[in-house]
Design a protein around this ligand. Structure first.
Ligand code: PMP
Ligand code: GLU
Length: 389
């Protein structure tokens, strides 16, 4: 038996793998401090859970329409129109089992074998894997948090190939936490127009943002017809296990994505969609979100300051809940650092190498974990680095 060729070069998701290792060590009774998975450590707000329970009681236990329940598609559309001044209709929205599946469906819908996707590293681990799984090729450009590396037309032009059909952007970014500026977005838009590219804009962290303002890519001039907007409920409403996300895309693309969905998973889970509807409709969600973001901001300050005191280099994230830390000053590459931290100090992180070809000197910390854990983790890393000196 042999698996298909498309799996050559596809590694296990590094984020999920490190999350699994951390959980396995915990189950063995080890005192693990877990900075691996990016998922809010908050419980899903009660009113959302109640809505899903009610949906179960009311018999919403069957397939829904493949594109999602009409009420949720309506609500998503009106929310986007309210928040960003877009002109989205319910028919433009596809509800998916998680944003991750929306992204995969988009690659399936757009890329033929040999077509290329432009990714900006450091990039979340599943973009490159998704592109390759559908037979596409990845072309990399870079943007760390550094001003000198901002995305420009010129820098995109340097990596452009006529095989490119899509460019993926992710702001606020996982794993660096940067937020793309208006100027960067405008240059991306101009480039997309000139090169006739589609842009997949993964805005899953749009509501988890500290100082800066989120700009929805589809609002840029001429971009509605080129954008596949992806967002979801996992992060904003602490609903990672519910598996509900969505995409808004031009009709032809949305239709192709819908076919992938029909032939793979049918629809997002029925009662989870009712929970998602309550997340959008119920005013209490705003309060929960506000509290969560305020807490993440406190944790961000704590971890960034702590890491810098340890002599590790990292930029202060503007959004999401990750810090991408350069560990080369500690004389290690990211893999060695992550391995040592986990095996000897039970501090679990994700090595940077999974986020792009120039990310080997980095380690990602998710600070979606308690302040006590952050303090404890920093202390242990302090011991590790002293021992290393
Ligand atoms: N995009 C990014 C950048 C992410 O970090 C994640 C992590 N879960 C996802 C998409 C997928 O989210 P979900 O499938 O849980 O909606
Ligand atoms: N997106 C989160 C992360 O980056 C969850 C795991 C995953 O889906 O990759 O950790």
């Amino acid at each position: 038996m042999r698996v298909s060729r498309r799996f050559s070069g596809i590694a296990e998701s590094a984020t999920l793998k490190m999350g699994r290792l951390a959980k396995e060590l915990k189950a063995q009774g080890k005192p693990v401090v877990d900075f691996t998975l990016g998922e809010p450590d908050f419980d899903t707000p009660q009113h959302i859970k109640e809505a899903a329970r009610r949906a179960l009681d009311e018999g919403h236990t069957h397939y829904t329409q493949a594109a999602g329940i009409p009420e949720l598609r309506e609500e998503i559309a009106s929310r986007l129109n309210e928040d960003y001044g877009l002109d989205v209709r319910a028919d433009d929205v596809l509800v998916t089992p998680g944003a991750k599946h929306a992204i995969y469906e988009a690659f399936m819908a757009i890329l033929d074998a040999g077509d290329a996707a432009i990714l900006i590293e450091p990039a979340w681990v599943s973009y490159a894997a998704g592109v390759r799984l559908v037979g596409g090729e990845v072309v990399w450009t870079k943007r760390f948090a550094d001003r000198r590396e901002e995305v420009t037309y010129e820098r995109l032009e340097k990596v452009f190939t006529p095989k490119a059909k899509i460019l993926v952007i992710n702001s606020p970014n996982n794993p660096v936490g940067y937020v793309l500026s208006k100027k960067e977005l405008e240059e991306i838009a101009e480039f997309a127009k000139d090169k006739n590219l589609l842009v997949l804009s993964d805005e899953i962290y749009s509501k988890i943002i500290y100082e800066r303002e989120h700009i929805c890519f589809a609002t840029l001039d001429g971009m509605t017809e080129r954008t596949i907007l992806v967002d979801g409920f996992s992060k904003t409403y602490a609903m990672t296990g519910w598996r509900v996300g969505y995409a808004v895309a031009p009709p032809e693309i949305l239709n192709a994505m819908l076919k992938v969905q029909q032939h793979s998973v049918t629809c997002a889970t029925s009662f989870a969609q009712f929970g998602a509807l309550a997340a959008l409709r119920d005013e209490r969600s705003k309060e929960s979100l506000k509290e969560m973001v305020a807490e993440f901001k406190r944790r961000r300050d704590l971890i960034v300051e702590g890491l810098q005191k340890l002599g590790l280099r990292c930029e202060r994230p503007d959004g999401a809940f990750y810090v991408f830390v350069n560990v080369e000053t500690a004389g290690m590459d990211g893999e060695t650092f992550a391995e040592k931290a986990l095996r000897e100090f039970y501090v679990a992180t994700t090595p940077g190498s999974a986020f792009g070809p120039s990310c080997g000197g980095y380690v990602r910390f998710s600070y979606a974990t308690s302040t006590e854990s952050i303090r404890e983790g920093l202390q242990r890393l302090g011991r590790m680095l002293e021992g290393n000196a």
